[in-house]
Design a protein around this ligand. Structure first.
Ligand code: SAM
Length: 213
């Protein structure tokens, strides 16, 4: 909708002022209509740099947080990416502009239904969605070049490591149920390299290789 075009441009400028430098990431924000991913009554706030509730006790993260994470993944446009925690589907569509194929798993069926509709409306065509426990990964489409986990885990789920391509990376908040350290894990053959990025606060990753419900 053109009424949101100016607001979206201002968000992109704000991200640039916050230090986001990667032009492909900024372009993804320019192309993604965030107002489709927030509840209708909140559309006037869709282009603020803030997290917003999306129902079922979950939130759509702050755009600057998404931008930082997407920069860390250093995608070239050729990758197959797995996202754990579709939520609203906003980040899924940002990823669709930065990678060749995006696979995304959400455990809450009602959220995934809404996300599916918004993703369709956004025009993204290289996205596949699954309702289920993302800690198990999505073996049929593995290996993945990058895996982005958008909920806090006690440790890196073993199936995600198994489904990661050599040279691939997992960006995941690791730590407690409420506070974590954002961690970038890179696979080098049978070795895993861990790099701490900084503090993070995410909802818990609930599942077989995550937290109990
Ligand atoms: N990036 C999303 C967006 O743009 O709207 C927000 C994601 S939200 C912070 C985290 C999501 O992870 C929630 O929707 C939650 O239901 C989901 N989640 C938690 N545990 C999960 C699991 N084991 N598998 C899949 N999704 C999970």
């Amino acid at each position: 909708m053109s009424q949101f075009h100016g607001a979206r441009r201002r968000l992109v400028e704000q991200l640039q002022q916050c230090g986001v430098r990667d032009l492909t990431v900024l372009r993804a924000f320019d192309l993604t209509p965030r107002h489709l991913f927030v509840p209708t009554g909140m559309r006037h706030r869709a282009y603020e740099d803030s997290a917003l509730p999306i129902g079922n006790g979950q939130t759509i993260s702050q755009p600057s947080t998404h931008a930082r994470y997407l920069e860390l993944l250093r995608l070239t446009g050729r990758e197959k990416v797995l996202e754990i925690g579709t939520g609203s589907g906003y980040q899924t569509v940002l990823l669709s502009h930065l990678a060749a194929q995006v696979f995304s798993i959400e455990r809450v069926g009602a959220l995934l239904d809404r996300a599916r509709e918004a993703i369709r409306e956004s025009g993204a065509r290289n996205v596949s969605l699954l309702v289920g426990d993302g800690t198990l990964g999505w073996r049929d489409y593995s290996p993945f070049d990058a895996i982005l986990v958008t909920a806090g885990a006690p440790s890196v789920p073993a199936p995600l490591v198994e489904q990661l391509a050599d040279g691939g990376r997992i960006l995941i908040p690791i730590g407690g149920r409420e506070e974590q350290t954002l961690t970038l894990v890179t696979r080098r053959g049978s070795e895993l390299e861990h790099r701490d990025i900084g503090p993070a606060r995410f909802v818990p990753l609930i599942g077989t290789f995550g937290w109990p419900k």
